[in-house]
Ligand binder design. Structure first.
Ligand code: CA2
Length: 179
């Protein structure tokens, strides 16, 4: 047994080097922010439909994400756009600039093959988030084009869903997951 303990690290120098490589990569990834991208009309949060989307404003959501990320030793780049092309450009930017990606694509969730294609081409781990439970709402909200391209989907938990997504990404980033 003792012999095994002594021999282990010496005979597994290759494995040790590989482990160091993974740690170096994870640390480098953690130096990059998690991109949190919000789609159309989410700038109206807090102003209308609190029974569906909650009372928090988009700025509250930003502060919540920043707090959660900081607690996990991460940072966030939090953005919102009403324009599909701008969201596509930001997903493309995330390919090299982000450690991970959270997307609430708003109504583009249910329409955008362009966002799906951008996400499929994005090598960083990503999570789709919805404030509301899209499956208990109108049938046209039940299908998401982008789900196919993400690691996981969180919906129906309101603002906390963004925090859950950050936790999931922190785990994926630390594990050196590429997608
Ligand atoms: O539940 C979500 O997070 C959604 O992505 C929100 C989108 C909706 O189209 C998706 O089906 C589900 C809509 C965001 C609109 O947000 C508003 C907030 C306040 C007032 C009006 C719209």
């Amino acid at each position: 047994m003792a012999e095994k303990l002594i021999k282990g690290p010496v005979s597994s120098a290759g494995a040790t080097r590989a482990a160091h490589r993974i740690i170096r990569r994870s640390l480098a990834a953690m130096a990059k922010p998690i991109y949190v991208l919000n789609g159309p009309n989410l700038n109206l949060l807090g102003a209308r439909e609190p029974e569906v989307y909650g009372r928090e404003t988009l700025e509250d959501l930003r502060a919540r994400c920043e707090r959660k990320a900081a607690a996990l030793g991460l940072t966030v780049e939090f953005r919102q756009s009403n324009h599909e092309g701008e969201l596509v450009a930001w997903i493309q930017e995330a390919r090299t600039k982000a450690a991970g990606l959270i997307v609430n694509a708003g109504a583009f969730t249910h329409t955008s093959i362009a966002m799906l294609d951008a996400l499929l081409a994005c090598p960083v781990p990503s999570v789709e988030v919805h404030l509301s439970n899209i499956f208990t709402r109108e049938p046209f909200r039940h299908h998401s084009y982008i789900s196919k391209a993400v690691r996981g989907v969180i919906c129906g938990f309101g603002a906390i869903g963004y925090e859950l997504a950050i936790e999931a990404l922190a785990d994926a980033i630390a594990a050196g997951k590429s997608k």
